[in-house]
Design a protein around this ligand. Structure first.
Ligand SMILES: [Zn+2]
Length: 347
């Protein structure tokens, strides 16, 4: 009905990194990255080493606040802070609870800081899940893990009846991921990116497509329609505006196939509800009178006006009710100053 604000369930971001909300405007890296591997080494792997739990708390609150304004009520987060591992998933869960957004937490285990650090990461996943936390077992990616670590993560996930949340074949460094993971994966796994997977890769799980991130890192187009796996949409840490990610997913699909319909990317967005069904109990009133995919694909600004999560009014008239948005932004800005100083001091 034209003119009447439209309501929907809450949207789901199937892959986020709430720790990166403070990274915007960060100091330039010591040397200019020239490929995906050096983007990881020069940007993201320096950022995660610089994080402490106080920075993480405000980064997660800022990220949750931005999700709320975009009608995203459920975030599937993937976290790494190698110098502040223990307790990090509690910090993220508490920050999201304070804002009122649902979150599934996972610590991205990796051997790139040595096997002892991988064990601490596994222990953080175990501690959080054993304590009743909503989450998965996180793994950074096969190419930074030993076979033992991958097997241990799969075993831990099975023991807690959850899946593994892992980056797969985002760049060419990880092309042997299917050979390494093949026997371990289950339908509950989240396979993030899959850009360099073969069409018949044989892995089980949901592939999470992150079109903006893939373009930003120049890793190529995942062409998700070629997979038999279910496909969902994530932002890979660049906000949680899922309508925006849907629009990008559509035009990227369209760029490769002029007959592509936005209904395909819309189905990927809807797949998020299979991964985080609780979001179906949430309600978002939008600033736009329809959510027809052909309409939304060409409407570049649609905001959440009111959001109710599990019956609680957490956004009214675009304003968060649980937290003072101005204070969250101010405290996050203070923490980004600390973060940037830590990055400048890092060798
Ligand atoms: Zn990611």
């Amino acid at each position: 009905m034209a003119g009447t604000p439209f309501r929907s369930p809450g949207l789901v971001c199937a892959h986020h990194h709430l720790y990166s909300a403070l990274a915007r405007g960060m100091p330039a890296p010591p040397s200019r990255p020239t490929d995906f591997r050096s983007i990881l080494e020069q940007v993201w792997w320096r950022l995660d080493r610089a994080l402490d739990l106080e920075m993480l708390e405000w980064s997660a609150k800022l990220g949750a606040l931005e999700a709320l304004g975009a009608g995203c009520t459920a975030i599937i987060d993937h976290h790494e802070s190698p110098n502040a591992i223990e307790g990090s998933l509690d910090v993220i869960a508490a920050a999201c609870a304070e804002v009122g957004v649902r979150v599934s937490c996972a610590y991205g285990v990796t051997d790139r800081h040595g096997h002892a650090a991988a064990l601490v990461g596994l222990a953080e996943n175990e501690r959080f899940l054993a304590g009743g936390g909503r989450g998965m077992v996180g793994v950074h990616a096969a190419f930074t893990c030993s076979d033992d670590t991958l097997a241990a993560a799969a075993e831990l996930a099975a023991a807690h009846d959850v899946g593994v949340h892992i980056h797969v074949a985002e760049g060419v460094d990880d092309v042997d991921a299917p050979a390494r993971l093949g026997d371990l994966t289950t339908d509950r796994w989240l396979l993030i990116h899959g850009v360099h997977l073969a069409d018949d890769h044989g892995l089980r799980g949901t592939i999470v497509h992150n079109p903006r991130s893939n373009m930003n890192n120049a890793v190529g187009y995942a062409r998700p329609t070629r997979f038999v796996n279910p496909v969902a949409l994530g932002t890979d840490g660049i906000g949680a505006d899922m309508f925006d990610e849907f629009r990008l997913a559509f035009v990227r699909h369209r760029e490769s196939d002029v007959e592509a319909s936005p209904e395909t990317a819309w189905a990927w967005l809807e797949q998020g509800w299979k991964l985080f069904p609780e979001a179906m109990h949430d309600s978002v009133t939008w600033s736009h009178p329809t959510l027809d995919p052909w309409h939304l694909a060409y409407t570049t600004t649609v905001n959440a006006v009111d959001v109710d999560i599990d019956g609680d009014a957490v956004l009214r008239g675009g304003v968060p009710t649980r937290v003072d948005a101005g204070e969250v932004r101010a405290r996050a800005a203070e923490q980004s100053v600390r973060l940037f100083r830590a990055l400048e001091d890092m060798p």
